[in-house]
Design a protein around this ligand. Structure first.
Ligand code: 5GP
Length: 199
């Protein structure tokens, strides 16, 4: 039987990265593919999450049709190599992949519905996200406006999701439990259409 690709989508700051890192420990049977990116390596990045490419290398990979999807985000390119997905699906593995919404839209067009699950991480309204960003650091208005535009684009994809994980400020533990529970249900092949909230 072919595997499934689970996409984790949600606005920047929604906490999808933290949720993925958590299940890397809890559910090692999942496949965690590497993305390619042209962005600079950050302090906490490891080569396990990204292949860091130059723009030239990334363009060559696009030309050679090596990506299942790719997108420009915040001035950098990000892409999912086909070689990280197709062999795993053929092996019947369940793959967990975090990505932004332009890439998710492309994948929705390419991967059959029965092999795709979309989980949306929702951390609140724009007003709540804005307050959180402003609390963390001063941000120029232009940058804030860009964030808002991206937020609106991402939130527009929420209705395409099979599951929504609510992750508002202060409720991280509940979100983690719901995320794990959702993944376990998918792994058990019990494709639950309802999410029973953890009390
Ligand atoms: P960051 O630079 O913070 O690691 O990631 C920026 C954004 O790119 C995040 O929303 C992340 O989910 C997204 N991203 C990471 N890998 C990929 C990928 O392979 N394809 C696409 N389209 N987006 C990705």
């Amino acid at each position: 039987m072919r595997g499934k690709l689970i996409l984790v989508v949600g606005p920047s700051g929604s906490g999808k990265g933290t949720l993925i890192n958590l299940v890397k420990k809890l559910l090692p049977e999942l496949a965690f593919p590497k993305s390619s990116t042209t962005r600079a390596k950050r302090g906490h990045d490891s080569d396990k999450n990204y292949n860091f490419l130059t723009r030239g290398e990334f363009q060559a990979a696009i030309d050679a049709e090596k990506f299942l999807e790719w997108a420009e985000y915040g001035g950098n390119y990000y892409g999912t190599p086909l070689s990280e997905i197709e062999p795993n699906l053929a092996d019947g593995r369940i793959i967990l992949k975090e990505l932004e919404v332009q890439g998710a839209r492309q994948i929705k067009e390419k991967i059959p519905k029965k092999e795709l699950v979309i989980i949306f991480v929702h951390a609140g309204t724009w007003k709540e996200m804005e307050a959180r960003i402003k609390k963390r650091a001063d941000m120029p208005d232009v940058e804030l406006a860009k964030r808002r535009e991206r937020y609106d684009d991402e939130i527009g994809f929420m209705s395409d999701a099979d599951y929504v994980i609510e992750n508002p400020d202060g409720k991280a533990e509940r979100a983690k439990k719901n995320f794990e529970k959702t993944l376990r249900a998918i792994l058990a092949n019990g494709y639950f259409f309802f999410l029973f909230p953890v009390p």
